[in-house]
Design a protein around this ligand. Structure first.
Ligand SMILES: Nc1ncnc2c1ncn2[C@@H]1O[C@H](COP(=O)(O)OP(=O)(O)O)[C@@H](O)[C@H]1O
Ligand SMILES: [Mg+2]
Length: 262
């Protein structure tokens, strides 16, 4: 018993090697009813790197992010965060690990009934109980300045543009100083100029903060701008992973077709 417990504890111990990947998913499978959404996904992201996950609508990109955040459980496979498998982890432990993750959802990027400042303060109110109100206010201002939104503290989400909402969502995602940033379609629904601005902002934040980032997108141009590595999903599999040049040089029919249509 004691030995088994020791081994279990060792497995739960995060790896401390700084060069180890921050997020590693192995053979992830997820089915809803009879629908196989993910059929054995492998991916890995290092500190300071951005992986873009590309693919058509309905290929399981959002499901993949939800698995990494721990909002869904895979049928099989593992997700290691700093070496620790989060699959099947107790809720309180998962809560601790989730604090290291900043995320921006595809829809409902902000709480409609809260001001811009209250939206960004939200994670701090819940997870940084050590902070005083004035410290929190300062932090919110800093975060909003970082995304170019310092002049909009009292506005409601409905009073600002889609691009500005994404900026505020990014500021909120950064509130707890995450080591991992997960963005689901950060430029979807934006005009090309606003999309470009969000891409530039993501690049800037990534340079400054050196997070391990995964950005889900169906926008190849955006992926090419912000990511070191691109993974193209189809029918629950990673068809190819590599640089944009690797994708361009690929002889795989699906990859050629995707590039032609994007
Ligand atoms: N909670 C769920 N229950 C049932 N089916 C789901 C659920 N979440 C996602 N799906 C299905 O999984 C597939 C992939 O969804 P999603 O990851 O949202 O695709 P996308 O690549 O567009 O982000 C879709 O067919 C979707 O309907
Ligand atoms: Mg999606």
């Amino acid at each position: 018993m004691a030995i088994a417990y020791d081994i279990a504890m060792k497995e739960a111990e995060p790896e401390l090697d700084g060069s180890a990947p921050v997020v590693v998913a192995e053979d992830l499978r997820k089915t809803f009813g009879s629908h196989n959404v993910l059929n054995g996904i492998n991916l890995s992201v290092n500190r300071g790197e951005t992986l873009a996950v590309l693919g058509r609508s309905g290929t399981g990109k959002s499901v993949l992010l939800r698995l990494i955040i721990g909002l869904e459980t895979p049928d099989s496979g593992s997700i290691r965060i700093h070496g620790q498998n989060i699959v099947g982890l107790a809720l309180d432990r998962m809560g601790e690990i989730r604090k290291k993750m900043g995320f921006l959802f595809q829809h409902a990027a902000l709480y409609d009934s809260l001001t811009v400042a209250e939206n960004v303060a939200f994670p701090l109110v819940h997870h940084r109980k050590d902070m005083s109100g004035s410290e929190r206010g300062e932090r919110v201002k800093q975060l909003l300045a970082e995304v170019g939104m310092e002049g909009n503290l009292a506005k409601m989400p409905s009073d600002i543009s889609g691009g500005m909402q994404k900026r505020v969502g990014l500021a909120r995602a950064l509130a707890l100083e995450p080591e991992i940033l997960l963005l689901d379609e950060p430029t979807a629904g934006l005009d090309p100029i606003s999309s470009g601005e969000i891409d530039d902002l993501i690049l800037k934040l990534q340079r400054e903060r050196q997070m391990a980032s995964i950005v889900v997108t169906h926008d190849l141009h955006s992926a090419r701008t912000i990511a070191n590595s691109l993974a193209l999903l189809d029918q629950g599999n990673v068809v190819i992973e590599g640089t944009f040049e690797d994708l361009q040089e690929s002889g795989i029919g699906f990859v050629k077709e995707f590039l032609k249509q994007s």
